[in-house]
Design a protein around this ligand. Structure first.
Ligand code: FA5
Length: 347
């Protein structure tokens, strides 16, 4: 038995010595066949275990199995090492081809609505307006009460509202239905002359269709100074429309009602999709309404601590999505927020 144990130790030592000498991956396989293959001395000893007397079989068997397991793991470790070295060498010998064109990096771009917002802001900044932002979660007071729309006023129906709470502990909160609450907030912190625009998201509890979304963008415009008239409002909006849509595009200016302006107007643009003939996009009217506007109601100025005997002002609220719809002939507003890259990548 001692002799067999000695043989096993000898096999292990010889195998390890030889393994350490192998410097190339090709030499490894013949080592494996010699020391671990079917015809190896180790396999021979394992096969002949049954010929041994019972008391020798267990110690010799267990030593032989341990030698086999340790040689197998030494083999794998050596293989891993040689493979690593091989890879390093082949990389070091490869020359770098600097003329190879780089892989194109996918580039993102601004959303068409963001692009339009930036363009609108640039036009108004150019006319001397400053850009301000306001909260999307708003108090009932700013969204309605302060804008001459008290509880139970029928005009609340114009602004289908998403309420956040009922206001049992203080004022009720909601998702702003328009950007007009900023008229009051601006007056609370600024003295005339005021010229500001407020871009931002607005929300309405509305069934969506080709021209209506429940979340959409508006840009509020607000100007207060001595001697501001309806002619200033009309001039500002006509100039804006012609800078955005081109001088030849027809603009319609007609009466409308909003409780916080007097008089109130709406501005519509000739439908670009059908050039006024009537189509699905314009509801077959030939026109698309893009904004509501008017002269700031004296009550609103008073609420902002501004004397309406001295100052007058105009305000407007512009729907942003309708502008790229008009310009690019997009016939469904829902495409903007559908996250379809095939649509978005066109802008
Ligand atoms: C208002 O929201 C007023 N605050 C505008 C205003 C401001 C009037 C200042 C007077 C003075 P209106 O509900 O009409 O008005 O909305 C203004 C514009 O927002 C519309 O002309 C339209 O372009 C856009 N709009 C309204 N509802 C939606 C909707 N559901 N989806 C997309 N755009 C909309």
């Amino acid at each position: 038995m001692t002799e067999m144990l000695g043989q096993l130790d000898g096999i292990r030592r010889a195998a390890l010595d030889e393994l350490a000498q192998i410097g190339e991956l090709e030499g490894l396989e013949s080592w494996r066949v010699r020391y671990l293959g079917k015809k190896s001395r180790l396999t021979g000893i394992l096969r002949s275990l049954t010929d041994l007397p019972l008391e020798e079989r267990r110690p010799v068997g267990s030593r032989a199995n341990r030698v086999k397991a340790s040689l197998q793991s030494d083999f794998l470790e050596r293989k891993r090492l040689l493979e690593e070295r091989h890879l390093e060498l082949s990389l070091a010998h490869k020359s770098l081809d600097v003329t190879l064109p780089g892989r194109p990096i996918p580039r993102g771009r601004l959303h068409p609505v963001t692009q339009t917002l930036e363009e609108i802001c640039d036009i108004f900044k150019n006319m001397g307006f400053q850009v301000l932002e306001g909260p999307e979660v708003e108090w009932d007071y700013y969204n309605f009460e302060a804008l001459n729309i008290p509880q139970d006023h029928p005009a609340r129906d114009m602004f289908a509202t998403l309420w956040i709470d009922s206001g049992r502990s203080g004022g009720a909160r909601l998702l702003r239905t328009h950007t007009s609450p900023m008229q009051i907030r601006i007056m609370e912190t600024t003295c005339p002359p005021i010229r500001a625009i407020v871009p931002g998201r607005t929300y309405r509890y509305e069934a969506t269709d080709a021209t209506h979304e429940s979340m959409f963008y508006q840009v509020e415009g607000f100007a207060v100074d001595k001697g501001v008239t309806l002619a200033d409002l009309k001039g500002t909006l006509f100039e804006f429309c012609s800078r955005l849509f081109g001088r030849e595009r027809r603009v319609r200016f007609r009466c409308d009602y909003f409780p916080f302006v007097e008089p109130g107007v709406e501005v519509a643009i000739e439908c670009l999709s059908c050039s006024g003939a009537g189509c699905r996009l314009c509801g077959h009217s030939g026109w698309i309404e893009i904004l509501g506007a008017g002269m700031v109601h004296p009550d609103i100025l008073r609420r902002g601590d501004i004397n309406p005997e001295v100052y007058t002002g105009f305000a407007f609220g512009l729907g942003v999505e309708r502008i790229p719809m008009l310009r690019y002939g997009i016939d469904d507003i829902r495409l903007f927020y559908g996250n379809d890259l095939r649509f978005l990548e066109q802008f």
